[in-house]
Design a protein around this ligand. Structure first.
Ligand code: PEP
Ligand code: MN
Length: 265
């Protein structure tokens, strides 16, 4: 269902307020990795909305961490804070779902539901997301072939939800000095293979804040439908993914550059 053979024309996903995936513009989605506190999300949302008119706020309440001894997210309390961000700043919320147990709770507050790189193989979750109305950002598994990635998208589409946005967020390579390897080749190929919008996540791919802006520039130059970028009011004390979170100052420097590139391509 996700192939151009099945549907030649681009899928367009319009969330209102000018947030449109698949019509040539690049939607900026930004925010911290995780919801940590009211102060943290409110400060971040205020910064993004008032300074750059960013309309999509990202942050996880259910975090799929690789160690059980690290911060796992604020769960329902985090969702309540995201609802507050939406209400106060009129931003769209993208937040992730780890498994089917809390899907209904996430769907209650999310404008866009994110399925992370590890949950991409949770086929019951994919099918259940197929029964929802919200757009689903499906992240590519970090060891997933393009074919498997597109098949995962079809699990959602074939269950009834046509609003799937693919996200390339880096795959595992032999190189330990970068967190993952942003597969721009897959993004380029997927534009031809699939009619679904595709967005890139330079933050999780690079994993090092100092280099995230350069990778974001190259992602923007590819002409994708959106970018997911992590930013935090106090990166050094972030409870998850602190190495890759841009400070407000770093974020503020890269946004006009990305805008320029996005307008040019
Ligand atoms: C995230 O977006 O914070 C996240 C956990 O992403 P991924 O599933 O790509 O690792
Ligand atoms: Mn993260």
């Amino acid at each position: 269902l996700c192939t151009r053979k099945f549907q030649p024309q681009d899928t367009v996903i319009d969330l209102g307020d000018g947030v449109i995936f698949g019509r040539g513009a690049t939607v900026m989605m930004a925010g911290p990795c995780a919801v940590e506190s009211e102060d943290q999300v409110m400060r971040t949302a205020e910064f993004l909305r008032s300074k750059f008119d960013i309309k999509v706020f990202r942050a996880g309440a259910f975090k799929p961490r690789t160690s059980p001894y690290t911060f796992q997210g604020l769960a329902d309390e985090g969702l309540n804070l995201l609802a507050k961000v939406r209400k106060e700043f009129g931003m769209k919320i993208i937040t992730e779902v780890k498994d089917t147990t809390h899907l209904a709770a996430v769907a209650d507050v999310a404008d866009i539901i994110q399925i992370g790189t590890k949950a991409m193989y949770n086929f019951s979750l994919l099918a259940m997301c197929g029964q929802l109305k919200q757009p689903i950002v499906l992240k590519r598994g970090f060891m997933t072939t393009i074919k498997e990635f597109l098949q995962a998208a079809d699990f959602i589409l074939s269950s009834g939800n046509s609003k799937v946005i693919l996200c390339e967020r880096g795959i595992r390579s032999f190189e330990p000095q970068t967190r993952f390897c942003l597969d721009v080749c897959s993004a380029a190929l997927i534009k031809e293979l699939s009619h679904l919008p595709i967005v890139l996540d330079p933050s999780h791919a690079m994993g090092i804040a100092a280099q995230v802006p350069l990778v974001a520039q190259s992602a923007a130059a590819l002409g994708v439908d959106g970018l997911l970028i992590e930013t935090h009011p106090d990166p050094a004390n972030a409870k998850s993914d602190k190495e890759q979170a841009l400070s407000f100052e770093e974020f503020g420097r890269i946004v006009p550059v990305l805008d320029k590139i996005c307008t040019a391509v």
